[in-house]
Design a protein around this ligand. Structure first.
Ligand code: H2U
Ligand code: ZN
Length: 347
């Protein structure tokens, strides 16, 4: 691809969703102005008696957490999806279509330690989170078509509690994002008799420009079509449909790359980096999904500092999403960061 073409405003295509993003690189030609300020270095206690996720504490509705030692999963006390929504009450009319949905929501505590995050946990404990995610997808996949494992991290993302945790929402229908990804991966497979993301990964491994970190089994890269300033995609090097299909070595290796990647994220603005991340594996109904490749998206909102975030507003809401800093510039910044966490480095 000619680089001069990428120096002026252009649009990039996201082959996973068939959507476009406007890139305006000329707006970042000014030199990087350096770190603006780092957010206050919050020190949290290892145990917070008022936290509803800490071991042994009370939750809503009279529930009490066990004194868990590693991970802990429970049914969300305020679930957005319910397993017993009445299907027969749903009526359809032209232009006012309704579909019934049944599902379930769970909360996953990554660690009993209130003061940690995945980035600061030990690899062997991150591995336990990987196993928990895989186990949940196995279990909920028996009953539901889509099992969305995700983490919404940081106050700026609307996360209500700093205790390291994620969520799982499972449903009997395919939600919008996986619907698009399924359609596009299937279309590519039919047309090229090959897997979209594996073909894409081959190109990225050759170009190297957008690769942030990799190990024996995994790659983290800033996708060519990234929308969020420091958006990344994490994917296995071999063809894998779902998290539970990973073998022992690949799970350890996943814990390793998660720690390294999330440490870089934290080091970027010397803050516990906010993001929404989640896993996209093949749907869990009985259809054929050879066209799928397991991957995780990381969508961090921060743009210039620990406090300056990107908003998707105006032209972006009304016409098309847009970015100034290019995916290549973002990748370069992430590549240059240390894998020693800033909280450890400055001690
Ligand atoms: P967030 O921090 O991403 O909002 O997730 C916390 C979840 O925990 C949220 O979905 C649930 C909320 O419904 N929750 C409980 O299930 N029980 C409680 O006692 C408080 C919060
Ligand atoms: Zn806590």
């Amino acid at each position: 691809m000619s680089h001069s073409k990428l120096d002026s405003p252009h649009r990039r295509h996201n082959p996973l969703t068939d959507e476009w993003v406007l890139v305006s690189p000329h707006r970042t030609k000014r030199p990087w102005q350096g770190k603006v300020e780092s957010a206050s270095r919050e020190l949290r206690p290892q145990f917070d008696p008022t936290c509803y996720l800490c071991p042994g504490n009370d939750r809503a509705g009279g529930h009490k957490n066990p004194v868990y030692e590693n991970t802990f999963v429970f049914d969300n006390d305020f679930a957005a999806l319910l397993p017993d929504s009445p299907a027969e009450t749903v009526e359809n009319e032209l232009l006012m279509e309704v579909d019934s949905v049944v599902g379930t929501c769970r909360v996953v505590c990554f660690s009993p330690r209130h003061d940690l995050s995945l980035a600061e946990m030990q690899e062997e404990n991150i591995r336990k989170v990987v196993d928990l995610w895989a186990g949940q997808i196995d279990e909920l996949g028996n009953d539901y078509t889509w099992v969305q494992v995700f983490e919404n991290k940081g106050e700026i993302m609307g996360c209500s509690n700093p205790h390291p945790h994620g969520q799982i929402w499972a449903s009997n229908s395919l939600p919008n994002e996986p619907f698009k990804e399924n359609r596009e991966q299937q279309r590519y497979y039919k047309k090229h008799n090959a897997n979209l993301l594996l073909d894409y990964l081959k190109k990225e491994c050759k170009a190297k420009e957008r690769i942030v970190v990799e190990n024996e089994h995994w790659v983290v890269l800033v996708p060519f079509w990234a929308v969020w300033p420091f958006e990344t995609l994490l994917l296995p090097k071999r063809h894998v449909l779902r998290l539970p299909d990973l073998n022992d070595a690949e799970r350890n290796s996943l814990a390793n790359i998660l720690k390294r990647h999330l440490t870089r994220y934290d080091n970027l603005f010397e803050t516990s980096f906010p993001y929404s991340m989640g896993w996209h594996g093949a749907p869990t109904d009985n259809n054929e999904y050879n066209h799928w490749q397991l991957h995780a998206h990381f969508y961090p909102p921060l743009l210039r500092s620990a406090t300056v975030k990107k908003f998707i507003v105006g032209y972006e809401m009304l016409s098309e999403v847009q970015r100034d800093i290019t995916p290549e510039q973002a990748a370069k910044r992430l590549q240059e960061l240390s894998e020693i966490h800033y909280r450890k480095a400055s001690k």
